[in-house]
Design a binder for this molecule. Structure first.
Ligand code: G6P
Length: 366
């Protein structure tokens, strides 16, 4: 193999641990030492953007959902996020002030390329976020934000996901600067916060092991799993569920915690563990009360929360500890233990985590 395992037992585990390095390399391109954002290496003009549409597949789609949170919150622009295979056939609406952000690790996913073409129909400007220099999407796009994750061999995306979110967050800051939606010093403060991300993810990795391994024990007899979150914790729950089903073959659903009572709660019993991404702020209390409803129905609950969170400890069988954050870095930190949880569940089942059955690293035919 051209890329060495370097002492790890799988590429997936190696790539999970490479996330701080991958983020450092990605952010170095777009963030100055004082936290100033500069997207000029992407060749992008943001002056006239009126609306943003994100198109992507799989894990990249989940990154897009987080991008929506960042762009709407920081730059006050409306963002629509679409699965590329739906978008391409939807006769999409837009105009030349629509920025179409196409996210694709490989840059070769057929549906994402077709979605870009569909956006051309209404004159949208296309920004590609990809990990692959010279890929097809870089030739189709008006501008390119490269992520610096390096080659990803594991079929289930890990390090490319975090780098995609970081590129989207840099884009949100650049849009906020162009639109003057935030004061300069606030923008710099957020930029400096983003610069600290690689260290925070390192911390998250340190905290997650061996808790993730222990939490995997709760899945021994499981027949399904439910991942819950609200706000920015919801896309993280979707990604956690996707990782688990991709490599362990356990049916897993990611759901907005508040929507649980409209269906998924029917699944819940002692053989359907609930993984709750608690998050922060107002929604935290609401998520906690959703969890209590699942506890009452016998679910073993794994809470992704700050180790000092006494309420989260009280409602859960096990806590996956994550470092506290300033509000914008949470999604990265909550993702790390979920990647490791999926990894350990699959390993305990004796499965090949790097090459799960039926899946391809890049889907180039429809
Ligand atoms: C496949 C891979 C996923 C990936 C998706 C999109 O399904 O197995 O890990 O998220 O394609 O790939 P892309 O290269 O467009 O990001």
């Amino acid at each position: 193999e051209a890329v060495e395992l370097g002492g790890f037992e799988s590429y997936m585990l190696k790539e999970i641990h490479e996330q701080p390095t991958a983020l450092r390399a990605t952010l170095a391109e777009y963030l100055g030492p004082e936290g100033e954002v500069d997207l000029s290496p992407a060749g992008l003009s943001l002056a006239d953007v009126g609306r943003v549409v994100v198109v992507a597949c799989g894990t990249a789609y989940h990154a897009g959902l987080l991008g929506k949170t960042y762009i709407e919150r920081l730059a006050g622009l409306p963002v629509e996020v679409s699965v590329a295979s739906e978008y391409r056939y939807s006769d999409p609406l837009g105009d030349e002030r629509t920025l179409v952000v196409a996210i694709s690790q490989s840059g070769e996913t057929i549906d994402t390329l077709a979605a870009v073409e569909a956006a051309r129909g209404f004159g949208g400007k296309v920004l590609a976020i990809t990990n692959t220099r010279g890929s097809l999407i870089t030739r189709e796009a008006d501008a390119v934000l490269l992520t610096g994750a390096g080659p990803e061999i594991g079929v289930a995306a890990t390090k490319t996901f975090l780098t995609q979110i970081s590129a989207l967050q840099a884009l949100a800051l650049a849009l906020a600067a162009a639109r003057k939606t935030l004061p300069e010093d606030e923008l710099l403060r957020l930029g400096r916060g983003l610069r600290r991300l690689p260290e925070r993810v390192e911390e998250a990795l340190g905290l997650a092991e061996p808790a993730a391994w222990k939490a995997a024990g709760l899945f021994e007899e499981a027949r399904c799993a439910l991942f819950l979150g609200r706000g920015p914790a919801y896309p993280v729950a979707l990604e956690g569920a996707l990782k688990l089903k991709e490599i362990s073959y356990l049916p897993a659903e990611g759901y907005p915690a508040g929507e649980m009572k409209h269906g998924p709660i029917a699944l819940v019993d002692e053989r359907c563990p609930v993984v709750a991404v608690i998050g922060e702020g107002l929604l935290r209390e609401k998520t906690l009360s959703n969890i209590e409803e699942t506890v009452a129905r016998g679910a073993p609950v794994v809470a992704v929360a700050d180790p000092g969170d006494r309420q989260a400890r009280r409602v859960s069988r096990l806590l996956l500890p994550v470092p506290g954050d300033d509000g914008l870095l949470g999604p990265y930190l909550w993702t790390v233990p979920l990647q490791l949880l999926a990894y350990h569940v699959a390993r305990a089942r004796g499965l090949d985590v790097d090459k799960p059955r039926n899946l391809a690293k890049s889907v180039t035919v429809e």
